[in-house]
Structure formats: structure tokens, C-alpha cells
Design a protein around this ligand. Structure first.
Ligand code: ZN
Ligand code: ZN
Ligand code: ZN
Ligand code: ZN
Length: 305
């Protein structure tokens, strides 16, 4: 389903220069394009579709690629001819829209795509409505969600040496159910953490239950599910005596490692800017990694029993 999310890691080629991707790379455009680091840093990127390109054209002061430029006379939402509409705009990452569509109240909650009719937005949850394009790259199907989790656990096992967690159940839930499972609102001063909550892991004897918010984009889902899988691993193999800072930091660190392997660098930035004790713990783990490597981190986590 996405290039590189299988452990065989078939040789990937940069879709820009065709050279083989060896270390750092970026995954773009609905997850199917990978761009090597050289091309990513050298080329200019289109401000509509964010793909790298040599030739750029100017529209309303924004640099856009040929593909996006050629669509500048048609509203992406209602298909109206934009030549007569002086107010046409670029909006989010979806292209050009007429002034009527721009001022509509119905927008995709992820990319801001304005929908001229209600059937253009699909309700995922009471709080999330997505356009078709965002929906196509979101995780709303539990079978797909489970497949991605299996892949994530294999990659963590092969590339980082994390033992597999057994007796794992995964459930996609809406925001309210997630809050309910996590008990987060029962704790005082937790309003802001509740807002950012994407997943939760529970242990019941030998069984582990992972709950993830439905409708996340694939990259955010991978971030959240890796975080929760790392949490389940901790519950099985580590002691909580290690302290809350490192406990939280380790799950975040594992997610950043996974996202790096898959070329989702924008998600890493999100994790690193979470703030408070969370990013402090992440930094602490990164310091251990610098001196002792990935295996050193795992050893450190499992030594306190
Ligand atoms: Zn390249
Ligand atoms: Zn473009
Ligand atoms: Zn329109
Ligand atoms: Zn959208």
C-alpha cells in the first residue's frame, strides 16, 4: 500500500533523479513518491502540491509547478471557469478555487478543501469531516490499520531489535471513545493533553489493547500506532520505576525512529515540538542513543526491573 512499508525494503528510487535512495529521503504526494535528500534540498517546491520541480510559474505571488499551473483556470471544488473570477485563490494544498467556494462554510477538517455540496465531505466522526482526497490516505478501516501495525512491529523488530509484543488487540475509535478508554479527563489539568491524544494503550493481565483515533492521515497514524506499540513493549519488558519522563520519552523516540525510516520528516517535527516533559524525555533518550546506539537505548530501558 505504501512504498517501503515492507521489511524487505525493495530498492527505492528517487522519483526526481532516479538514483537509488540509500539513507535519508522524503515521502511525498499521497505517500507514493520518494525524494532523495539531495533533490529535496536542491529543488524548489511547488507551493500548491509541494512536490519538487525545476520550473516554476507564478500565480498570485506563489510559485507553482507546471501541473498545478495548468489547472489554475478551473475551480477544484465546483469546476467553474476561473478566467472571469478575479478573486481566484490558492487554498491549502489543493489548488485553485472560485471566490464562492472559498467562502463556503463546509471545509475539509484536514486540508481545508471547500466543499460546494455536502456530499463532497465524508463524516468520519462527529468532529471530523474529510474531503475524498484526504479520506483516500486516511486510516478508517480496521483491517488496514491492523496490517500497518503488523508491519510496524516487524520493522521495529528487524531494524531496531524490539521484541515482538504478543496478545495485542487494536481498535480504531472516535475521539470520545478514546478519552473514555484513557481516563484522561479524570486527571486534573489534563485538558490540553486530551486535545492532543491520538492513541492509548491498556494492559489487562497478559493482554494489551491499543486504541487509536480513527481518520488520522497515514503518516500520523504510523506515528501514533508506533508510539502505542512502544508503550505496549514497555509495559511488557520494562519497569515503570524508570520514571515518567523517560517512560514517555521512549515511546516518542521509537515513533521518530520509525518515521525517519519511512521518510515522514514532517511528523518527526510534530513530535519534537510537543513540549513539556514529553520532549524533555525524548531528548534524554536521544542523548543515550548518541553515545550507546539504538541497542544501548533498549538495554537502558530494560535494565531497571
Ligand atoms: Zn533525487
Ligand atoms: Zn504543483
Ligand atoms: Zn468553486
Ligand atoms: Zn481534505
Amino acid at each position: 500500500m505504501i512504498v517501503g512499508l515492507d521489511i524487505k525494503n525493495k530498492r527505492m528510487r528517487c522519483s526526481h533523479c532516479q538514483s537509488e535512495v540509500i539513507k535519508k529521503y522524503y515521502r511525498l504526494d499521497r505517500y507514493n513518491k520518494v525524494i532523495c535528500e539531495t533533490c529535496y534540498s536542491k529543488s524548489r517546491r511547488c507551493q500548491v502540491c509541494s512536490l519538487p520541480n525545476k520550473d516554476m510559474y507564478l500565480v498570485d505571488g506563489l510559485k507553482v509547478c507546471m501541473d498545478c499551473y495548468s489547472q489554475k483556470y478551473r475551480c477544484r471544488s465546483c469546476s467553474k471557469d476561473l478566467k472571469k473570477d478575479k478573486l481566484h485563490h490558492i487554498y491549502g494544498l489543493q489548488g485553485f478555487f472560485c471566490s464562492t467556494c472559498i467562502h463556503l462554510l463546509n471545509h475539509c477538517d484536514r486540508c481545508n478543501f471547500p466543499a460546494y455540496s455536502n456530499d463532497k465531505l465524508i463524516e468520519i466522526d462527529r468532529e471530523i469531516r474529510l474531503c475524498e482526497s484526504c479520506l483516500s490516505t486516511s486510516i478508517v478501516d480496521s483491517e488496514i490499520a491492523k496490517k500497518v501495525l503488523v508491519n510496524v512491529s516487524r520493522i521495529l523488530n528487524k531494524k531496531m531489535g524490539l521484541q515482538m509484543v504478543k496478545n495485542l488487540t487494536l481498535e480504531l475509535v472516535n475521539k470520545r471513545e478514546l478519552m473514555y478508554h484513557s481516563d484522561i479527563l479524570l486527571k486534573p489539568n489534563n485538558q490540553s493533553s486530551a486535545e492532543n491524544l491520538l492513541g492509548f494503550t491498556k494492559r489487562d493481565g497478559k493482554n494489551f489493547y491499543i486504541y487509536i483515533q480513527t481518520g488520522l492521515s497515514l503518516s500520523t497514524y504510523i506515528s501514533a500506532v508506533t508510539h502505542e506499540y512502544a508503550r505496549a513493549w514497555q509495559l511488557q519488558y520494562c519497569s515503570k520505576q524508570i520514571g515518567r519522563v523517560l517512560w514517555e520519552g521512549f515511546a516518542g523516540w521509537t515513533a521518530t525512529k520509525m518515521l525517519w525510516l519511512l521518510g515522514y520528516h514532517e511528523e518527526i517535527v510534530k513530535i519534537e515540538s510537543f513540549g513539556d516533559h514529553f520532549s524533555y524525555g525524548l531528548k534524554k533518550i536521544q542523548v543515550i542513543e548518541k553515545s550507546k546506539g539504538t541497542h544501548g537505548v533498549l538495554e537502558f530501558m530494560t535494565q531497571v526491573k
